[in-house]
Design a protein around this ligand. Structure first.
Ligand code: COD
Ligand code: ZN
Length: 376
């Protein structure tokens, strides 16, 4: 390509400081170094995690930064030694990498690559430098993917080639929200047919849990949310009951226990609050119940629970990106999408040009959007 090896000037939504709106700027994007890939982002979803970045919730995120981690695009150029993708390939950047060589990548049970942001800050590329500048200043990367930039650079192990027929403005959701929720049900909880499930929080991620529970054949799927506007879509996707904690005097875990006899078989927390995490744990049955933590509470949060909740056999587990080994599984999920095995398009409530990125965040904060897709 004509741009290969050159600095590209393009648009990006830059977060200059905590609590400030994003600013759409012209940025310079350096070419990929050895082992790196430069991708032209076509579409990117807005996830609540990006909002948490703007609020300053993650100590590992360094400002100024280009957020965004739910994107899809086309490879523009590759650095030396890159073999798995080539210019022109459609790809999804991976906010959870898969290096393929670490002990967790080699373990078939795990999707947690040790190169992940949880163990190493991803505000710079692995060689500790940035590929972004704006107005003479270095801009930081986010989770190595920074999909709010029209061109972005990431390590080869943080990008997956997908089917050339995939519509990028739709499959961008397969970079985070959809696989996170869907995989929490089918991979992490391994929901069984005929079981009962409760999902706390039915935003984009919680609705994807609902879809996963439905796909596995759960017979009762209870959506729990304080925003009743979310219930219509939850029902459309398979929820059999929708309840708001605001409608009951007693704690919601008691309501769920009464509704189901002994508590649900599987509960999922897709909000990221310690109080709803505790309620979700107490909502699954005391013996074989499984509670899956999907949401991430504010950094430094502490949970105190009655240990008896676990003694009788309950299982409490967490999930990152739905347990998928991203580089192996995202291309397969895209193929399943193309074969219409699931319809993640129903999560897209709004589509906006990148220039209106702050409008997209306002819709999310007002509880009006499920997923807003930004187009470059
Ligand atoms: N009780 C019930 N429902 C509530 C409550 C409450 N106390 N508070 C909020 N809710 C509802 C909201 O009304 C909303 O419908 C829903 O919870 C949350 O949905 P969204 O749209 O704000 O958020 P999502 O679905 O985009 O993301 C939710 C996560 C929990 C996944 C996210 O915030 C998070 O914690 N992200 C990090 C975890 C992760 O692994 N993410 C994927 C990689 S970034
Ligand atoms: Zn996300």
């Amino acid at each position: 390509m004509a741009t290969s090896g050159k600095v590209i000037r393009c648009r990006a939504a830059v977060a200059w400081a905590v609590g400030k709106p994003l600013s759409v700027e012209e940025v310079e994007v350096s070419p990929p170094k050895a082992g790196e890939v430069r991708v032209k982002i076509v579409a990117t979803g807005i996830c609540r995690t990006d909002d948490h970045v703007l609020e300053g919730c993650f100590p590992n995120v360094v400002f100024p930064v280009i957020p965004g981690h739910e994107g899809a695009g086309i490879v523009e150029s590759v650095g030396e030694g890159v073999t798995s993708v080539k210019p022109g390939d459609k790809v999804i950047p991976l906010c959870l990498p898969q290096c393929g060589g670490c002990s967790f990548c080699l373990n078939p049970e795990s999707n947690y690559c040790v190169k992940s942001h949880v163990s190493e800050p991803q505000n710079l590329l692995p060689d500790k430098t940035s590929r972004f500048t704006c107005k003479g200043k270095q801009i930081h990367h986010f989770l190595w993917v920074s999909t709010f930039a029209e061109y972005t650079v990431m390590p080869e192990y943080a990008v997956a080639k997908i089917d050339a027929a995939a519509p990028l403005d739709k499959v961008c959701l397969l970079g985070c929200g959809f696989p996170t929720g869907y995989g929490a049900a089918i991979n992490t909880a391994k929901v069984k047919p005929g079981s009962t499930c409760a999902i706390f929080g039915v935003g984009g991620v919680g609705l994807s849990v609902v879809m996963g529970c439905k796909a596995t054949g759960a017979s009762r799927i209870i959506a729990v949310d304080i925003n009743k506007d979310k219930f219509a879509k939850a029902k459309e996707l398979g929820a059999t009951d929708c309840i708001s904690p605001h409608d009951f005097k007693k704690p919601i875990q008691e309501v769920l226990t009464e509704m189901t006899g002994h508590g649900v078989d599987y509960s999922f927390e897709a909000i990221g609050h310690v109080d709803t995490l505790t309620a979700a744990l107490a909502s699954c049955n005391m013996n074989t119940g499984v509670c899956v933590m999907v949401g991430v509470p504010a950094s430094g949060s502490v949970i105190s629970i009655d240990p008896m909740l676990l003694l009788s056999g309950r299982t409490w587990k967490g999930t990152l990106l739905g347990g998928w080994k991203m580089r192996d599984c995202i291309p397969t999920l895209v193929s399943s999408y193309l074969e219409k095995k699931f319809n993640s398009d129903v999560l897209i409530s709004h589509t906006l040009p990148i220039a209106k990125v702050n409008e997209g965040f306002e819709l999310l904060r007002a509880g009006k959007s499920i997923r807003c897709v930004l187009l470059f």
